[in-house]
Design a protein around this ligand. Structure first.
Ligand code: FES
Ligand code: FES
Length: 185
């Protein structure tokens, strides 16, 4: 039996009924209203700050998490919709000391300026690679099309997305064909 993730004492959710979730492989119980946005529960109650609050309207992608392996915008998903499903946040892909391959690709390419959009970029690429381990550059572009980066770091983000393909498959990026190693601006 796994130990539930504790809720911060004194949080506003403390007086509400518990909702059981499975997040990053752990069971947790969060006292919160069923219609609270999943993003707020992750950040405020579970202290998982990988997903970011950007637009709050499901449009920018900063809050992206995986629900049963599929990219989802947690700012517009009520927490009750995640009951009985596997939620994965950026923290679930790896750690600072041991980043997952998709995270490592973004680190290698230094694909950030302010970094605020990167959670969404990483999680969106991860979701694509889970269902399609060898996407084309165009498929990666299509997938990231609705993730906004206000800093204009798109070239580096595409380089990182392309690098993530071989890394996640356990191959050396150097073994990839040249056209898959460098994103075109
Ligand atoms: S904060 Fe969720 S899509 Fe922008
Ligand atoms: S790096 Fe700043 S929003 Fe993308």
């Amino acid at each position: 039996m796994e130990t539930p993730v504790p809720v911060r004492p004194g949080s506003p959710a403390a007086a509400l009924a518990g909702i059981r979730l499975r997040v990053n492989g752990r069971e947790c119980e969060v006292p919160t209203a069923p219609r609270t946005a999943l993003l707020h529960v992750l950040r405020n109650d579970l202290e998982l700050n990988g997903p970011k609050y950007g637009c709050g309207l499901g449009e920018c992608g900063a809050c992206t998490v995986l629900i049963d392996g599929v990219a989802a915008r947690s700012c517009v998903i009520p927490v009750q919709a995640a009951i009985g499903r596997e939620v994965t946040t950026l923290e679930g892909l790896g750690s600072r000391r041991c980043p997952g391959p998709t995270q490592q690709a973004f680190i290698d390419c230094q694909a950030a300026q302010c970094g605020y959009c990167l959670n969404g970029m990483v999680m969106t690429v991860e979701a694509l690679l889970r269902r399609n381990p060898r996407p084309t550059e165009q498929e990666l572009r299509n997938e990231l099309h609705h993730n906004l980066c206000r800093c204009g770091t798109h070239v580096e983000i595409m380089q990182a997305a392309l690098r993530a393909v071989p890394l996640r498959a356990g191959r050396s990026p150097l073994s990839e064909p040249p056209e898959a190693q460098e994103a075109q601006p």
